[in-house]
Design a protein around this ligand. Structure first.
Ligand SMILES: Cc1cc2nc3c(=O)[nH]c(=O)nc-3n(C[C@H](O)[C@H](O)[C@H](O)COP(=O)(O)OP(=O)(O)OC[C@H]3O[C@@H](n4cnc5c(N)ncnc54)[C@H](O)[C@@H]3O)c2cc1C
Ligand code: HEM
Length: 371
């Protein structure tokens, strides 16, 4: 890895993006679809609104190849996850070729043989990790799991709790996510969601918050109905309970970031219980969309303490403020810590926890959006 100049890759892409703008993704996809038309059907039918979902992410990952040690678990998940698109080993060189053709086109006279070699090497490392991981599971695991929506409970105007039933048991661990394609409503649009119940059964609960202008969350919250078909990708993410740890737990959730915490609390209960503090944060009382369950769990389990914090509603007579600030007032030495919510909430909470003395390596987190 030492001989890949990632700084040069980053500089080159910054110049390409500045010069090419939206044209970069357009060129990439035109090249890919013209030369390899069999790849077109893997992508959403309409690509006008979100053309750079792949290109931006692809470049971000490839230009960080010097951190491949940290990236490997993620790349393995990503490669395994790409099987749901129908991606096979032969597609990786095609995507690499389209990427290099795009970079060369927009670099013009700045394109050099060193850049070409650097990009090729970096792409090779990343695509090798992805396609290797995909190949490893190909014999034992389906590329996706079929599921049906069995109930949609609209809790607020922008949050729905969906019950779905899979055809076979999905192998996620409590706290992990998987991507969901609403095949009936938004074919070939995949987004990550996080089961809110412990694994092992064929019924899965999903908590979905509508993001303004977002196609998949809008479809799931506003239009989904019992009988609609879904496809689910493989398990994704490192946010899960450490198997051999009996350390007490601190969980901090913003809005639907509650979903993985609920799954992990159910798992902890199955495993016999463990001291757990859960902080749930919402902006207003209305947004405490799962209050009944929060209260039931808190009553049922003596090892569980639930604190609900509300930031912007003067009618709330419990703790008021940002959930991360309120949680960070506690004493958390020796705790395994989980944080989940919007990128802004997660970032602010982790900063507060670290500055109050929680060691960074004890914190696992998931951000529901791009950081
Ligand atoms: C690991 C993981 C697990 C997830 N689990 C859940 C879940 O259980 N429930 C859930 O409701 N969402 C979850 N999300 C977010 C989800 O994947 C979608 O991004 C979201 O539903 C919006 O999809 P969309 O198609 O409507 O909009 P998109 O086109 O995907 O997004 C529009 C924009 O909104 C941003 N965005 C997405 N979510 C948020 C957010 N919460 N706060 C601020 N900005 C955001 C995106 O980054 C993007 O810039 C998860 C995301 C990740 C990465
Ligand atoms: C090094 C190689 C690759 C990397 C790093 C990579 C990475 C990514 C990432 C991070 C995403 C976004 C995921 C998300 O939005 O949740 C994505 C989407 C996607 N990738 Fe890849 N990918 C690679 C190769 C491929 C290949 C070879 C194919 C097959 C042709 C492919 C097909 C897709 C498709 C269809 C999408 C969805 C795009 C959309 O929804 O608009 N990718 N990829």
């Amino acid at each position: 890895m030492a001989d890949i100049d990632t700084a040069a890759l980053k500089d080159n892409f910054a110049a390409v993006a500045a010069h090419g703008g939206d044209g970069v993704a357009l060129y990439f996809y035109s090249y890919l679809f013209l030369k390899y038309p069999e790849t077109r059907d893997m992508f959403p039918p309409s690509m006008t609104r979100q053309r750079d979902r792949l290109v931006g992410a692809l470049v971000r990952i490839v230009t960080n190849v010097d951190k491949v040690g940290e990236l490997v678990p993620y790349l393995e998940d990503l490669g395994r996850d790409h099987r749901k698109f129908g991606a096979v080993a032969a597609h990786y060189p095609a995507v690499g070729e389209a990427l290099l053709a795009t970079l060369a086109h927009f670099s013009g006279d700045d394109w050099t043989s060193e850049l070409q070699e650097n990009w090729t090497a970096a792409y090779g490392v990343v695509s090798g990790a992805m396609s290797g991981a995909a190949e490893k599971v190909a014999q034992d695991e389906p590329a996706w799991w079929d599921a049906d929506i069995i109930n949609v409970d609209r809790r607020t105007f922008d949050i729905a709790v969906l019950k779905v039933r899979t055809n076979t048991v999905h192998p996620y661990a409590a706290g992990q996510s998987f991507s969901v394609e609403p095949s009936t409503l938004r074919p070939r649009e995949w987004r990550l969601y996080t089961p809110a119940n412990a694994p092992g059964g064929r019924e899965i609960e999903l908590h979905v918050r509508l993001i303004d202008g977002g196609p998949v969350s809008t479809a799931l919250v506003r239009s989904a109905a019992a009988g609609d078909k879904l496809r689910l990708g493989p398990p994704f993410g490192r946010m899960k309970l450490t198997q051999d740890s009996d350390s007490p737990l601190l969980m901090i959730a913003g809005s639907t970031g509650w979903a993985p915490m609920k799954a992990m609390i159910e798992q902890v209960a199955r495993d016999g219980g463990r001291r757990t503090h859960l902080y749930f944060g919402a902006r207003s009382i209305r947004e405490i969309y799962d209050r009944k369950v929060l209260e039931e769990l808190s009553d049922r389990y003596p090892w569980l303490t639930v604190v609900i914090a509300v930031s912007d509603d003067i009618r709330w007579d419990g703790p008021r403020g940002m959930v991360g600030d309120i949680a960070a007032e506690g004493e958390w030495a020796g705790h395994d810590v989980f944080v989940c919510g919007s990128p802004a909430m997660v970032e602010a909470t982790i900063k507060r926890l670290i500055s109050s003395g929680v060691p960074e390596q004890r914190i696992k987190f998931e951000e529901f959006g791009e950081a």
